[in-house]
Design a binder for this molecule. Structure first.
Ligand code: SAH
Length: 215
């Protein structure tokens, strides 16, 4: 197992300061980000990139989201301890671990089998045994574990997936980037009642695409 050194911790502090400078001040989220060694989610050769405030390739044509984006999405979810959260797009597993450190019961789905297998092992190695990982199509959600208090989509969708709305608990939030391939708007939907949704938008982002089916 690779180590977390004082040097890594120092770099992590600087990363947190960089996220703060961008105007982000949710201390609970920053705390979780300070605790989690982001370099362990990248190949050893690219470790030095882990503490830059940028997205980075993780293989299989996918990226680990920019720290700033992880901070914003996590904060929009407004996680309370013990809540169940469904994450769509496990990727490197970094975001799932942040949610777990915030006290959520995390369910996460990935559509790519190679990435799924690699990340599943990493999460166990890091001791995040409570995170439940699934290989599948996030468009379907996880009906057998619904309703979820919160749902987070970490890939760019072109429309709001109906299944995810129906798997959201009343009072819960769905945080999802929606747009075309080049740019998406971050939306937070709140399920006000069984039939009513409220929506708020939070600026422009660029995610890898939310694709149908598994591979
Ligand atoms: N949350 C990740 C970032 C992932 S990038 C992290 O912390 O590293 C988006 C991920 O969504 C990719 O791994 C991609 O394969 C996955 N994805 C795209 N469409 C999907 C779908 N329909 N179901 C599940 N995962 C999907």
């Amino acid at each position: 197992m690779r180590r977390d050194t004082y040097k890594h911790q120092g770099l992590r502090k600087q990363l947190i300061e960089a996220v703060r400078r961008e105007g982000f001040h949710d201390e609970l989220v920053l705390d979780a980000m300070y605790k989690l060694p982001r370099h362990l989610f990248l190949e050893k050769a690219f470790e030095e990139w882990a503490y830059q405030n940028v997205a980075f390739p993780i293989g299989s044509d996918q990226t680990i989201s920019q720290p700033q984006t992880v901070a914003i999405q996590t904060s929009l979810l407004d996680i309370q301890k013990g809540e169940t959260v469904l994450e769509v797009g496990t990727g490197s597993g970094y975001q799932a671990c942040i949610l777990s450190l915030m006290g959520a019961k995390v369910y996460t789905i990935e559509r790519q089998s190679k990435l799924f297998a690699k990340t599943d092992i990493l999460l166990r190695d890091l001791g995040f045994v409570a995170i439940r990982t699934f290989l599948g199509d996030g468009y379907a959600g996880l009906p057998m574990f619904a309703p979820f208090d919160k749902i987070l989509v970490t890939a760019g969708a072109n429309a709001i997936p109906e299944n995810l709305i129906s798997q959201l608990a009343v009072g819960g939030h769905l945080v999802i980037p929606i747009g075309d391939a080049d740019v998406q708007t971050m939306w937070r939907y709140t399920k006000v009642s069984d039939t009513e949704m409220r929506s708020e938008s939070f600026g422009k982002f660029k995610f890898v695409p939310f694709l149908k089916g598994t591979q």
